[in-house]
Design a protein around this ligand. Structure first.
Ligand code: GTP
Ligand code: MN
Ligand code: MN
Ligand code: MN
Ligand code: MN
Ligand code: MN
Length: 192
């Protein structure tokens, strides 16, 4: 697991590249099959390399702030220059295999705003169909035989984005600790 550092420490280091990614999420009143509450919409994306990850990308702190760089990446990848502030920052991590620091952000939006982002991601994002193959919603519910979150977690994720997802779900209180442990356990069983 990658080492966590502060945003300040991250920016004081030389010789590292920086990447910023964000979890955009909102509450949702819809029910799957008319009975299973969706509860929350959490957005991730299918990347060009076939891996799941969060929207965002490389930022150059000598030319832009981390947050302005993330907003620029969001314009490219989801078609909207969503404002991001320091208050949205939740973690900075030293990557294990290369001199890279990954910064993670979380922003809560309304259901209508999330739906508008999903439209823009197809309609106006310049990276749509290129670096981004599509936005996906994370299923947060449990169906029979590992359906829902366990199957979602059994896919392959870029860098530490799977750990970022799990810690964000806990931090935002979208799932209980017990539910998260159950999902991880079931996902491990399917990967064998
Ligand atoms: P280019 O335009 O091709 O440079 O891509 P980009 O700027 O959109 O960069 P990308 O989103 O691929 O992120 C840069 C690097 O950060 C990747 O090479 C991964 O190592 C890492 N990365 C990508 N997505 C995530 C993510 O969701 N979480 C974390 N922790 N790292 C990620
Ligand atoms: Mn990008
Ligand atoms: Mn990207
Ligand atoms: Mn980029
Ligand atoms: Mn690019
Ligand atoms: Mn890319």
């Amino acid at each position: 697991m990658e080492a966590q550092i502060t945003r300040e420490d991250a920016l004081s280091r030389e010789g590292y590249r920086h990447a910023c990614h964000i979890m955009l999420y909102g509450d949702c009143s819809a029910k799957l099959f008319g009975k299973i509450p969706i509860k929350h919409i959490v957005l991730m994306q299918m990347r060009f390399d076939g891996l799941l990850g969060f929207p965002g990308g490389f930022v150059n702190p000598s030319k832009e702030t981390l947050e302005a760089g993330l907003t620029r990446e969001l314009l490219e990848e989801v078609g909207e220059a969503i404002p991001v502030g320091v208050e949205n920052h939740v973690s900075s991590c030293l990557a294990t295999s290369c001199p890279l620091i990954t910064h993670f952000y979380i922003k809560k939006m309304t259901e209508a705003e999330i739906r508008e982002i999903e439209r823009a991601a197809v309609a106006t994002a310049t990276d749509h169909g290129l670096e981004v193959l599509g936005m996906v919603r994370v299923p947060l519910y449990f169906l029979k035989n590992g359906g829902g979150l366990p199957y979602f977690l059994s896919h392959s994720f870029i860098s530490n984005s799977r750990a970022q997802l799990l810690s964000a779900l806990q931090r935002c209180g979208l799932l209980s600790q017990g539910e998260l442990e159950k999902a991880v356990r079931q996902a491990e069983q399917m990967r064998r």
